[in-house]
Design a protein around this ligand. Structure first.
Ligand code: FPP
Length: 253
């Protein structure tokens, strides 16, 4: 950990989320509030994301951090911002690949191939290849990701397998569908964290987040610190997770 990095709260492993989904939101607003171009906010987000990875490592027991970097809806932004975000994603991956590898982080990509710049796919695949045997935190870079797009893509492949006879429609279960998602190895989300004041999920990991604990914070992503992540985990630790079950406190014994 870098010198002076804040210490995580002392929590028993069962209170630490195994999978954190992070919406890196508020970059544009942060920049515009300062009279800067929106792209300056994204630039500030680069180191914040790396600190989030460090915070997950420091917490221990966090196995997956999924970061929403570019959604299938982000293509609606201005051509210049889209161009910036593509080049930026490529450069961020290149700049941090070795450092993430040294930290034993496994980088994986979750998202859709069509439209995504070839140079971005190349960097994502290079990072995946370099870090594939790492055993620490898995950082899922969700680039050109959309939850509905993921379900559409899964359904198409599943329907093809059903048509070819490789899959019996009557035998389709939740586990079958999970196997067709972009990352079949991705565990369910425990903590869904969105800073920036917005309280919505914006098409991020809907299948995986059905029982996630939602934590919304008011800080814009460029101002987000490891302490914000620790606070979110403390909030998560206080929640009572029942997964649809219930206990009647007053039932006759
Ligand atoms: C949302 O803020 C943020 C993004 C669309 C991009 C964030 C991406 C990074 C910080 C790093 C990307 C790195 C890789 C490797 C892909 P916003 O523009 O929606 O902010 P606003 O809600 O204030 O407009």
């Amino acid at each position: 950990m870098p010198a002076g990095f804040p210490a995580p709260p002392p929590l028993a492993p069962e209170f630490i989320p195994r999978h954190i989904a992070l919406v890196m939101d508020g970059n544009g607003r942060w920049a515009q509030e300062r009279g800067l171009p929106r792209t300056e906010g994204h630039r500030r987000g680069e180191n914040v994301l790396m600190e989030c990875v460090d915070a997950c490592i420091a917490l221990g027991h966090v196995e997956w951090l999924s970061a929403y970097a570019f959604s299938t809806e982000n293509w609606r932004r201005s051509p210049s911002e889209v161009r910036f975000l593509m080049g930026f994603s490529r450069d961020v991956l290149r700049r941090h690949r070795d450092e993430l590898h040294e930290k034993n982080v496994r980088v994986v990509w979750s998202g859709r191939r069509p439209r995504l710049w070839r140079s971005v796919i190349r960097e994502l695949e290079a990072a995946e290849e370099l870090t594939r045997n790492n055993t620490g935190v898995t950082l899922a870079m969700c680039v050109n990701y959309g939850g509905r797009a993921e379900l559409v893509d899964a359904t198409r492949r599943l329907a093809e397998d059903a048509r070819s006879g490789a899959l019996d429609p009557a035998a389709i279960s939740e586990e079958t569908i999970a196997r067709y998602l972009y990352r079949p190895d991705m565990p369910d989300v425990d903590l869904f964290l969105r800073p920036s004041g917005e309280q919505r999920t914006s098409n991020f990991l809907p299948w995986q987040s059905v029982y996630a604990e939602m934590v919304y914070q008011d800080t814009l992503f460029p101002d987000f610190t490891p302490q914000h992540m620790y606070n979110a985990v403390l909030e998560y630790a206080r929640r009572d997770r029942r997964f649809g079950g219930a206990v009647d406190k007053f039932a006759a014994q």
